[in-house]
Design a protein around this ligand. Sequence first.
Ligand SMILES: [Fe+2]
Length: 160
Amino acid sequence: MATTTIHTGFTNEQRGEIAAGLTKVLADSYAVYLKTHGYHWNVRGPNFASLHAMFMEQYTEVWGALDDIAERIRALGEFAPQGYSALANLTGIKDGQPDRDAEAMIKELMVDHESVIGTVRGALKAADEAGDEATVDLLTQRLAAHEKHAWMLRATLGAK
Ligand SMILES: [Fe+2]
């Protein structure tokens, strides 16, 4: 196998640390994507139509970001995690349950987005300290997106 050295202005330690942060963000994002899509299928009740649509909007947005996060990890010279079990082992976000009522689903997703936000902030710190503007840019966008999803879920519950 050919060996090459990566010259992108970061030490190996910095690349590893930034990629590790992105890997956690990817795993959290994948988990929240998967749960939101499941709740899109299984949500029930008088607000079915609006929740079904809101969940679709949110899982579609998160799905769209997964590729960018994984490819940033690859651009840093590290492998992106692959497969259900690898991703599950990297996140604290648990699978959803189809029999939960609509309010419980919304609350759960809101807390999950807040959890992703915490993970993104941690990953941002390493990227920022290393001067990795490309990762900072990507993660800043992810922060805004998850904060927006959390707000919409919170507002759906009638909270400020
Ligand atoms: Fe659908």
